[in-house]
Design a protein around this ligand. Structure first.
Ligand code: AMO
Length: 420
């Protein structure tokens, strides 16, 4: 390993001769002096160099003396450098990575993602996303959850048959998992409280700024709940923990992305689906994106919250594993969490008795056989339980104000994009 000092720590080494390493972010050859700005994973460092500087994106190791320089990044620069080029780039980047504003459009950025993402503005959402996942894990670990890993090649659809990818599995029909739903429920029978961070696949036929064909689902499931409200309380802690982790671990990315982090109220306001209908003057069995936006504005005005729970969605609009609301026929113990105008999380209480599953499938005209593997858990005693799934890319998009969800993941998959 090259023994090096990171750019963010240079100021601690004033007066010393140290080695940094990274990419040539920018070169500036002035009449009397030349500057090299080197980018590493912690930020930028300025080097005062002789002429004949290596080209942008050259990979370099620079040894120099750390000297105070109020106008340089971090207030210091390296002087009297010895520069070793570790890798000469083979071609020039497709657009200037050092310009503070990205000069390329989204399709160009996505086409050139492996190099485009080196731009500090474009990597910021990915850093925020990574810090969010660490916060998700940290919070749930603290609450006694166990991390699980479940198959992504599965025998049946879990959410709706409409947007599932079918694949050939050694000559048999299989599917890419739309959700770890069945497996996370089964694992409640083993660990009581589980979570998973993993990819899920949706054959979304619509080209929208909020849908991907593959996204990262942050799933949790817990047993021994009274009903969905216990799940919502855990979700509140998770969201607060994710934000805390972003604040602590990714302050530079928050600044670069211009992200405004929300406050999480001690109790997130919650309204019943029927109340949401009354407020929006609708009698549709689901909320439209426009209604979700309107409800969030209402929650901000009425409750000072950027988060809003909507509970009790109609049973007809929820998957077969959803637990009905015992007090309101036709309505469920399922909820959504809306954040800044968008559905961020879906969750709820699940059925937990075997005969209820058989009846729920029959009521929807579905055979039990494809689900037998999954239903085993319920044959052998499962506690009342529930859980939720948060879409990571939507979370990052709402935090950073990204206009398109494709800006929040390195290599998005959608209707048209399969590469890079
Ligand atoms: P659902 O299908 O609502 O619920 O998905 C949960 C969350 O995932 C995100 N999401 C998406 N993000 C990007 N692109 C997509 N195509 C996409 N589809 C969904 C949203 C959504 O709220 N099994 C249930 C969860 C549960 O009840 O535990 C499920 O998958 O943020």
């Amino acid at each position: 390993m090259i023994s090096r000092v990171m750019s963010a720590e240079l100021a601690e080494h004033a007066g010393q001769r140290v080695t940094i390493a990274g990419w040539v972010h920018r070169r500036r050859q002035l009449k009397s002096v030349s500057f090299l700005v080197v980018r590493d994973r912690t930020g930028l460092a300025q080097v005062v160099a002789a002429s004949d500087l290596p080209g942008e994106e050259s990979v370099v190791e620079v040894t120099g003396t750390v000297t105070a320089s109020p106008r340089a990044p971090g207030g210091v620069e390296l002087v009297e450098p010895e520069i070793e080029v570790l890798t000469e780039p083979y071609a020039a980047p497709p657009f200037d990575l050092y310009r503070p504003v990205v000069s390329a459009g989204l399709p160009t950025i996505l086409d050139h993602a492996p190099v485009a993402l080196r731009h500090p503005l474009l990597s910021a959402p990915l850093e925020i996303s990574a810090a969010s996942v660490t916060g998700f894990r940290e919070t749930l670990d603290g609450l006694g959850f166990t991390e699980i890993h479940t198959p992504k090649i599965v025998a049946s659809a879990t959410e709706s048959g409409a947007n599932v990818f079918g694949i050939d599995y050694f000559g048999r029909r299989a599917y890419l998992a739309q959700s770890p739903q069945f497996y996370k429920q089964a694992m409640v029978g083993v660990f009581e409280r589980v979570y998973e961070v993993g990819p899920v696949f949706r054959a979304e036929p619509h080209d929208t700024v909020r849908h991907l064909a593959q996204y990262t689902s942050l799933d949790a499931e817990l047993g021994f709940v009274r009903d969905h409200r216990d799940v919502m309380a855990v979700l509140r802690e998770v969201v607060a923990g994710m934000l805390e982790s972003v604040r602590r671990r990714a302050p530079s990315a928050v600044e670069r992305a211009g992200a405004i982090l929300p406050e999480v109220p001690a109790e997130i306001p919650a309204i019943h689906f029927t109340e949401a209908q009354e407020l929006t003057g609708s009698d549709e069995p689901d909320l439209s994106p426009a209604q979700e936006r309107w409800l969030c504005e209402w929650a901000a005005k009425e409750h000072g919250s950027e988060f809003l729970f909507v509970t009790g969605y109609p049973m007809s609009k929820r998957p077969f594993y959803t637990h009905p609301d015992p007090a309101r026929p036709g309505y469920s113990n399922g909820f959504d969490l809306l954040f800044r105008g968008l559905e961020l999380v879906t969750g709820g209480q699940r059925l937990h008795r075997y005969p209820d599953y058989v009846a729920a499938l029959a009521a929807r005209g579905e055979a039990v056989e494809p689900y037998e593997g999954y239903l085993q858990a319920f044959r052998y005693g499962m506690p009342p339980h529930g859980g939720f799934a948060l879409g990571l890319e939507r979370w990052t998009a709402q935090l950073t104000g990204a206009a398109n969800i494709r800006q929040t993941t390195a290599f998005p998959r959608d209707l048209h994009r399969l590469s890079p």
